[in-house]
Design a protein around this ligand. Structure first.
Ligand code: IDP
Length: 167
């Protein structure tokens, strides 16, 4: 469960800024501001490098597809610099972050969601700037992948206590 139910409903999602966007300070700053302007709570944030096996494991569902090797290499290339991972919270966090990202393919993003992050900053379908969990279940799994020390349930319980104490 990645949602908190009381008078407000908070949901957690995992958002990743891919390495080429992190390497560009203005894009990185713009995306960070976008997160704040969209009323996300930044629960955790870290910059990290993947080894090839991390990349293969995270994208295992795409193994065998024509873009898999390219994607795996891109996400674990040491020269490109780190990626940035966020745990974000707000109402409908999963859907809201995915809407901000726009469609997977950059050309489609440019036609159908011209103000989305991928339309504005994506270079190719591999270098499409961001990742975001696609459901509450994947958010839980992906948060554990990136932040193994973080307990979703503990955070939700604490938030609920804090919320009740304040009302
Ligand atoms: P998502 O990132 O929008 O959730 P997924 O289908 O989960 O999309 O794909 C994961 C990543 O794999 C994408 O962000 C993109 O970089 C890459 N990818 C997906 N489909 C294609 C494709 O058709 N061509 C090239 N890269 C792709």
């Amino acid at each position: 469960m990645t949602t908190l139910r009381c008078e407000r409903v908070l949901q957690l999602t995992l958002a990743v800024i891919k390495p080429d966007a992190v390497a560009h300070p203005l894009i990185l700053e713009t995306l960070h501001q976008k997160i704040l302007e969209n009323n996300f709570i930044v629960v955790r944030k870290k910059d990290l490098w993947w080894r090839r096996k991390d990349s293969e494991s995270f994208y295992a569902e795409h193994s065998g597809r024509f873009f898999y090797q390219r994607l795996v290499e891109f996400m674990s290339r040491q020269v490109c610099g780190p990626m940035r991972a966020y745990i974000l919270a707000r109402e409908d966090a999963v859907a809201h972050w995915r809407e901000l990202m726009g469609p997977t393919k950059v050309y489609r993003a440019r036609y159908t969601a011209p103000n989305s992050v991928r339309a504005l900053y994506g270079l190719t379908d591999t270098r499409n700037t961001t990742h975001g969990s696609d459901s509450a279940e994947s958010a839980k799994r992906e948060i554990a992948f990136f932040f193994p020390e973080f307990s979703v349930q503990q955070w939700l319980d604490k938030e609920e206590q804090r919320f009740r104490a304040g009302h």
